[in-house]
Design a protein around this ligand. Structure first.
Ligand SMILES: *[C@@H]1O[C@H](CO)[C@@H](O)[C@H](O)[C@H]1NC(C)=O
Ligand SMILES: *[C@@H]1O[C@H](CO)[C@@H](O)[C@H](O)[C@H]1NC(C)=O
Ligand SMILES: *[C@@H]1O[C@H](CO)[C@@H](O)[C@H](O)[C@H]1NC(C)=O
Ligand SMILES: *[C@@H]1O[C@H](CO)[C@@H](O)[C@H](O)[C@H]1NC(C)=O
Ligand SMILES: *[C@@H]1O[C@H](CO)[C@@H](O)[C@H](O)[C@H]1NC(C)=O
Ligand SMILES: *[C@@H]1O[C@H](CO)[C@@H](O)[C@H](O)[C@H]1NC(C)=O
Ligand SMILES: *[C@@H]1O[C@H](CO)[C@@H](O)[C@H](O)[C@H]1NC(C)=O
Length: 511
């Protein structure tokens, strides 16, 4: 009898924890870095993040659903695509506009965890009800660092005018900043205080959102020395390529409007950044990333890795002059590809090439925490509070001992809206009422294929027969996506194949 129980109970425990961990729930730490692109650049040296990757499960091909903060964060945190949340700008709160969908922190809170938000986790404002979705998502009022109020202040000493300006490039002396600190320094300190001082017997789920390397590129001066300008390389193709459809171009207005860049009089919308500025912006982006890497190292030193699942990712990437483009706002690989690293107690290092998506995070964490049984896969226009649009990545991690079949896709889907075929001042961030075109992308290991099609912003429907532009990039020889090859005869079959999958998967409701 006892033996039966021993075997049975063991099996039940295993089902709850497929990788065979103990019953005590692990804490969960989510590190979300704003606008940090995937780390393959040889120019970036991020020793602390590299260390997490070296100890963890590293997804080398992870993609955001849309290269814009609010849609990407709401998508990641609810595990639903921008189309399902009907959010492509900053102005809809899903609970009111679409459905009362459960978020990752809410899910943990409802499962007995104490949940904390530190810094920029939800995009603040209308898209999270001006409350970062508190109290439904969080056990405690979300923490915002006091110096966040100066995040866009004129505090960058300009080398030419010698005035304090709102520059893009903004290394600072922290001691003379208003509040004598920076938001990410304050967030780090607060997160460490929570981890060290909380008295609860409950496990925690803490999400910390660092603001950098989001622009302005404001960071403690000393990090500039870690990235000597002589070591910074220019992009392979610094101008708009010939075959690039106008609809896929975005005019990076936020970058042009910074005081230091404005002075360069770069022509709208296709003018190119001067080479010396290209190198300097890249240098400062890398320096800002190195600054955050330092903070990540300090945070990790405060975490008990034996009982904490750590996830590090970003809301989307950032173009650093490739094809003449800057910032996010596009379907380019550099704008969509992000780091995605899991550290799970007891799970050995693995590097995974399969393309995955940020909506896969919710089902993955749920399974890693032993909380995913009975959660259904979402169906067309699913209004249930809890279902998964993404796939758990645990089977890819190779630790699913029962080999429960999880159909893993071998591609990722992303999208970006546009108000018009030709770039206008609002092409970067069109409001819902102005969106007329949607660019849908499918990324496989080798290709990125995109269809820019007509989109109805009141019915939220697509017209696949009204195509504005098509793009195909072959990463086997063109990782920077400089050459649109969709018209080349030898790719005819692959275009047809990718188009079929893209159209059938973009919205299962269209079928
Ligand atoms: C949304 O869901 C939460 C949690 O289940 C519940 O407390 C709340 O009342 C719901 N709100 C609405 C408007 O249904
Ligand atoms: C959203 O905010 C409003 C106003 O602060 C509040 O009354 C409402 O309960 C909030 N909704 C949710 C779901 O938290
Ligand atoms: C934990 O308990 C100690 C001692 O009672 C108290 O000083 C401290 O403020 C508590 N920490 C938190 C975060 O509540
Ligand atoms: C930019 O335009 C202004 C006004 O036309 C002019 O004074 C300035 O010299 C120009 N700067 C550069 C870098 O061309
Ligand atoms: C974590 O586990 C290792 C190996 O079992 C042990 O040496 C170490 O003390 C543990 N650390 C903490 C903080 O519990
Ligand atoms: C697990 O599933 C994969 C894919 O279906 C299969 O190739 C493999 O042999 C299975 N492993 C075990 C241990 O059953
Ligand atoms: C969207 O569909 C509605 C209803 O059919 C129609 O009135 C509207 O003109 C359409 N919008 C666009 C931009 O086509």
């Amino acid at each position: 009898m006892l033996e039966i129980c021993v075997n049975l109970c063991f099996t039940i425990l295993f089902l709850l924890h497929p990788y065979g961990a103990s019953i005590q729930k692990h804490n969960v730490l989510i590190i979300l870095i704003d606008d940090l692109r995937h780390l393959s650049d040889k120019d970036i040296f991020l020793p602390n993040i590299d260390k997490i990757a070296a100890n963890g499960i590293n997804f080398e091909n992870a993609y955001a659903q849309q290269a814009l903060c609010a849609p990407s964060r709401n998508s990641l945190l609810t595990g639903r695509r921008p189309d399902s949340l009907r959010l492509y700008d900053f102005y809809n709160y899903w609970r009111v506009k679409v459905g009362n969908f459960t978020t990752i922190p809410q899910f943990y809170k409802e499962n007995g965890f104490e949940t904390y938000s530190v810094g920029k986790v939800f995009h603040p404002g209308a898209s999270s009800n001006f409350t970062d979705d508190y109290p439904l998502s969080w056990s405690h009022v979300p923490y915002h660092p006091p110096t966040e109020q100066y995040k866009d202040a004129a505090v960058c000493k300009d080398k030419e005018t010698l005035r304090y300006q709102k520059n893009l490039i903004c290394p600072v002396k922290v001691e003379i900043q208003p509040g004598k600190s920076l938001p990410d320094l304050e967030s780090l300190e607060h997160a460490i205080r929570i981890i060290n001082e909380r008295n609860s017997s409950k496990p925690f789920m803490l999400a910390i959102g660092f603001h950098k390397p989001h622009i302005p590129l404001k960071f403690p001066k000393k990090y500039l020395e870690r990235v000597p300008i002589q070591t910074v390389h220019p992009p392979q193709q610094p101008n708009k390529p010939e075959g690039l459809p106008t609809v896929s171009w975005h005019p990076w207005t936020d970058v042009r409007h910074r005081d230091d860049i404005k002075r360069l009089n770069i022509s709208f919308p296709y003018g190119t950044m001067p080479t010396d500025w290209t190198l300097r912006i890249r240098q400062s982006y890398y320096a800002a990333a190195t600054y955050i890497d330092d903070l990540v190292g300090k945070l990790m030193a405060a975490v008990n890795k034996n009982n904490t699942i750590v996830l590090l990712t970003s809301d989307h990437g950032w173009s650093l002059g490739e094809n003449g483009l800057w910032a996010k706002y596009s379907n380019f690989n550099v704008a969509l590809k992000v780091p995605l690293i899991f550290n799970v107690p007891g799970m050995p290092h693995k590097s995974i090439e399969t393309p995955v998506e940020l909506i896969d995070i919710f089902p993955t964490l749920a399974e890693l925490s032993g909380l995913s049984s009975n959660i259904p896969k979402c169906t067309c226009d699913d209004k249930r509070l809890l279902c998964f649009e993404g796939n758990s990545l645990v089977s890819l991690m190779g630790m699913n001992r029962f080999n429960i079949s999880v159909k893993s896709k071998s591609f990722a889907l992303s999208q970006y809206p546009r108000p018009s075929v030709h770039p206008k001042s609002n092409s970067d961030k069109p409001r819902l009422k102005d969106i007329k075109i949607m660019g849908y992308s499918i990324k496989t290991k080798r290709f990125r294929y995109t269809e820019w099609i007509s989109f109805n912003n009141t019915l939220f429907t697509r017209d696949w027969n009204k195509v504005y532009a098509l793009e195909l990039y072959d990463h086997s020889f063109d990782p920077e996506e400089t050459k649109n090859v969709y018209l080349q005869p030898k790719y005819k079959r692959i275009v047809k194949y990718l188009s079929t999958i893209l159209r059938s998967r973009v919205n299962i409701c269209d079928n």
